[in-house]
Design a protein around this ligand. Structure first.
Ligand code: ZN
Length: 91
């Protein structure tokens, strides 16, 4: 992540990055431009999700059905026998 000075728009460096609290982080920065030398704090906030953590993803429906005990799988598939006769014949 590149930080620019809000005053002279030169490049800045992050001097410290305290441990985040919650979903907000603060970056303590200083401007690299010797004629400016401003010091400032940037804040970064969590905004929204793009993809859930892998740990929250469940198996596909096919995998879940395949992992059921035989009697439970047959009973589940039998509930669809009227609408999907070929599907219900699966062992
Ligand atoms: Zn500056």
């Amino acid at each position: 992540m590149r930080i620019h000075c809000p005053f002279c728009h030169g490049r800045a460096v992050v001097n410290s990055h305290p441990k985040p609290t919650g979903r907000m982080e603060e970056l303590y920065c200083s401007c690299n431009n010797p004629a400016c030398s401003a010091r400032f704090v940037y804040r970064a906030y969590y905004s929204h999700i793009l993809a859930p953590p892998l740990s929250t993803l469940t198996n596909s429906l096919h995998e879940q059905i395949a992992e059921l005990p035989d009697d439970e799988r047959r009973r589940l598939l039998q509930t669809y026998a009227a609408d999907l006769p070929l599907f219900a014949q699966g062992k």
